[in-house]
Design a protein around this ligand. Structure first.
Ligand SMILES: [Zn+2]
Length: 385
């Protein structure tokens, strides 16, 4: 334990944050609230998790547009850029722009460029040895396609950063624990064996993007390098961690990446407004902890999370876990729970323990066992497991 603490002290932990990004507003009716990153910063400070010695907080800068073309089409970027000058054309709608999910909000292009710039900067710092861990909470837009926006995602910062790191000869594993299947990143690398892309999510039979089943294991030469772990609604910590631990560490261990890119969406939480899993703060934190343990270097992005206060609390736990720090509440006993939402009690970021039982639990477990067995049979041998 002591050695681990020493190791953590020598590591460089980078948090990507700016008030400008977190202040961006998609409108009152839109579920995506960048403001949760600011609430997270307040919690990080309250829980003594911002230690200047081996940490750096950097403000993201807009990404160089040319890097976007590593994944996106020029036509699509032109359309997205045109949204800045007002006016609306029908081809925008065809590219998913101007819909309820992906509204054309003033400043959206700059917001997307800057968020992608944060993930890009993280990749650069990891490759150059200036960081061991980077967390960009307003990143992880894993649904964006090469030529279209979808699912609140306009630019796929993860796909762009992965493509950039591949170009520099890095071996990349992608781990996506957001409640939604990371379809955009999957599509980017499904036919490649250069990226191991693992996504664990609520089954596409009950939630957007309606895909990501276990039998999608990649295409052609990429067969076995796309891995999907769909779970039934109401899967709790026990089911979640059983599936995660059975599949993710062995595969990533066999793949031996240089850098792991992760989407640590907080929408797997049982009180999320969009997801239907029954994971608590304990299951979430454990999954993030394991991701850190199996990642030589880690580029973590925030992804989804639609219960604003819960997401801020979970990301705070995630940051502590990936930095090897213990949250200590500086204001315990002084501030009531209402400050960060009624469910966040003073003195702890964690939930009350919760587990499901009965038929629903059995069904969830049975389904998870089937998925694990399928992947062990069809994917593990490809990796010599
Ligand atoms: Zn999500």
């Amino acid at each position: 334990m002591k050695k681990e603490a020493e190791n953590n002290k020598n590591q460089k932990h980078v948090l990507v944050y700016s008030d400008k990004l977190s202040g961006f507003d998609f409108g009152p009716a839109h579920p995506f609230k960048p403001m949760r990153a600011r609430y997270m910063m307040e919690l990080l400070s309250r829980y003594s998790l911002l230690n200047p010695k081996n940490q750096l907080v950097i403000a993201p800068e807009p990404i160089d547009e040319n890097l976007l073309y590593l994944f996106h089409t020029r036509e699509y970027i032109e359309l997205l850029k045109r949204t800045e000058h007002g006016g609306f054309t029908l081809d925008m709608l065809k590219a998913g722009l101007g819909t309820e999910d992906n509204p054309i909000v003033p400043g959206i292009y700059d917001f997307c460029l800057t968020s992608a710039g944060g993930t890009h900067k993280g990749a650069e710092m990891l490759m150059g040895g200036a960081a061991d861990v980077v967390f960009n909470p307003i990143g992880g837009f894993h649904h964006a396609g090469a030529d279209h926006a979808e699912g609140f995602c306009y630019l796929n910062d993860c796909a762009v950063a992965i493509a950039e790191m591949l170009q520099k000869g890095k071996r990349i594993a992608y781990i996506d624990i957001d409640v939604h299947f990371g379809n955009g990143v999957r599509d980017a690398f499904a036919s490649s064996r250069e990226v191991l892309a693992v996504s664990i999510h609520e089954s596409g039979s009950t939630i957007y993007p309606w895909t990501g089943f276990q039998n999608d294991i990649g295409v052609g030469a990429g067969k076995g390098y796309t891995v999907n772990i769909p779970l039934l609604q109401k899967s709790d910590d026990e089911v979640y961690l059983y599936a995660f631990e059975s599949i993710v560490p062995p595969l990533v261990g066999a793949f031996k990446p240089d850098i792991v890119v992760a989407v640590i969406g907080a929408d797997i939480h049982r009180e999320d407004l969009l997801g239907h899993l029954s994971v608590t703060s304990f299951g979430y934190e454990k999954a993030v902890r394991i991701i850190r343990e199996i990642s030589p270097r880690l580029l973590a992005t925030g992804g989804g999370g639609y219960n604003v206060y819960k997401t801020a609390a979970l990301w705070t736990l995630a940051w502590a876990a990936i930095c090897g720090l213990e949250p200590v509440d500086n204001y315990a006993g002084l501030v009531g729970g209402m400050m960060y939402g009624p469910e966040t009690q003073s003195g702890t970021l964690h939930d009350k323990p919760f587990a499901t039982s009965g038929d629903s639990k059995n069904e969830c477990f049975e389904h998870a066992r089937e998925v694990v067995a399928y992947l062990k049979k069809n994917v593990f041998p490809i990796h010599g497991l």
